[in-house]
Design a protein around this ligand. Sequence first.
Ligand SMILES: Cc1cc2nc3c(=O)[nH]c(=O)nc-3n(C[C@H](O)[C@H](O)[C@H](O)COP(=O)(O)OP(=O)(O)OC[C@H]3O[C@@H](n4cnc5c(N)ncnc54)[C@H](O)[C@@H]3O)c2cc1C
Ligand code: SF4
Length: 568
Amino acid sequence: MSSKTQRKYDVVIVGSGAGGGMAGYVLAHAGLKVLMLEAGRHYDPTTETPMFNTPNQAPLRGVGTPEKPFGFYDATVDGGWQVPNEPYTSAPGSEFQWWRARMLGGRTNHWGRIALRMGPYDFKPRARDGLGIDWPMTYDEMAPWYDKTEELIGVFGSNEGLENTPNSSPGVLHAPPKPRGYELLTKKHCDRLGIPVIPSHLAILTRPINGRAACFYATDCGRGCSIKANFQSTTVLLPPAVETGNLDIRTGAMAREVTLGKDGKANGVVFVDKATGKDDFAPAHVVVLAASACETARIMLNSKSNQFPDGIANTTGLVGKYLMDTVGARLAGHIPMLENLPPHNEDGASGMHMYMPWWGYQQQAKNQLDFPRGYHIEFGGGRRMPHMGSVSWVPAMQKTYGRQLKEDARRYYGAVLNFSGRGEMIPNEDCYCEIDPDVKDKWGIPVLRFHWKFSDYELKQAVHMQQTFKQIIESMGGTIFGEAATEGSKCIYPGGAIIHEVGTTCMGDDRKKSVLNQWGQAWDVPNLFVTDGAPFVSNADKNPTLTILALAMRNCDHLAGLMKGGEL
Ligand SMILES: Cc1cc2nc3c(=O)[nH]c(=O)nc-3n(C[C@H](O)[C@H](O)[C@H](O)COP(=O)(O)OP(=O)(O)OC[C@H]3O[C@@H](n4cnc5c(N)ncnc54)[C@H](O)[C@@H]3O)c2cc1C
Ligand code: SF4
């Protein structure tokens, strides 16, 4: 056993991504002695990010491969749809895809930085339409935590005062970068269709703060950012937490189970030291799980004891249940109006500068839509750094070669727009994860088995997405590639594919119907907390990470208060 883990910490945190990084930041700044266990390797974006490499310097010109699906330069140094030696399974008839990053900072190193607040409706969905589960807090309670989180991580965007698309407090947001040409063109046409197009909210600085530079529009954020202009746990949360002297990080430490003391409280975490393959133990007064929603459920389900034969804090049997992802569908098209554009500067942050928030609340109130809840639209196009296949979607490009190919590439480059819907899924009984009774990983830890079935709500929403994208593309005089689906099953992305999986340890006000209370604290084991996406009881169309961060900040502030007050 290493000297660090022999010591008893105030808190041991499992995971260093969005939820774990924020927990470490808040608890270390509160003066608590904290140990973080991270299964992946150490990673430092300031020295490891290939900021200025061009595609031709990479194998296969940087295109995605099974090992690096998001391209050679993607920041995920260890992980992906499959993690070697760490399988998972899907029940017969179910398809679920699970993206995992095994590295310090988890998926925050390469996430899309889309940082949208949930709105007032999103916290009380059941109260509005009778479906799903309400959150045990309101938007107004969360708003100050969103402000603090946005101030800390840095988010650009604008306040538009739209329905259920909340404003931040004055001065919180950084100014958004200027829209690009194709974004303005899309806005012009969407305005006519009644679809709002507004500046996107991305966790990217456009003014320097806290020793971090403003974005200088260098390269894809998915590679990580060596100047710390975008949000990564590894640049924004972990270094200042370590500087307090209160946070120790142990990488290569794969949590196996949370152990229970005779008093019925958690007393630490057993983990595998991946370098030696041997088990080690980290004793602590409080355990915080933030290994990502499904992995947190896995650790809890694997933490069996006489008191909790079905997994720690699982007397309700709800651990693993109500797993959700985001509803996704996509359509692209060729816009002749954008052909042969003269070379022009499309500088900007690597993501989209504009997006479409959900606009259908009033239609829904009048029963004019055949699905509940809504989706926002993320769209892309333009003439930034070309990469392999940039123009191959245009049918004419698939038939030419030589000089004609070069002329066509100049002509069509930038004339393709793609639209992606990101919509709300209602939690259902058919979507959950459990321990596979037969399969174990390299370290003998039982793995997860996924069950998945979208309901008609999601399938109908996916159809609406594709029909809307077709309408937008055609209103711009464009032609869609392929067909816009009329059946949801033909166009919806599989479960997990949008990589917004949340749920599995639902929170609530009633201990018989939830695993955690509103502070992410287990009803059954009061010194066990969860700070990743597992406590979510709905998955609004807004991408989840800003809410994971804000909730982790709020709940760890509460946890620190309990510890200082001697209540834990
Ligand atoms: C390509 C991509 C684009 C995305 N874009 C967006 C976006 O634009 N906006 C958005 O809101 N979200 C986005 N997401 C999702 C976002 O990355 C996640 O919501 C967020 O990172 C989840 O935070 P987390 O702390 O729960 O998990 P993670 O960030 O995954 O961190 C979990 C950490 O726990 C560690 N861990 C796991 N198991 C163990 C164990 N047993 N023991 C010890 N450590 C363990 C992992 O190695 C990892 O470091 C995107 C994700 C991907 C992959
Ligand atoms: S676009 Fe900006 S924030 Fe993103 S990696 Fe490049 S410099 Fe950093």
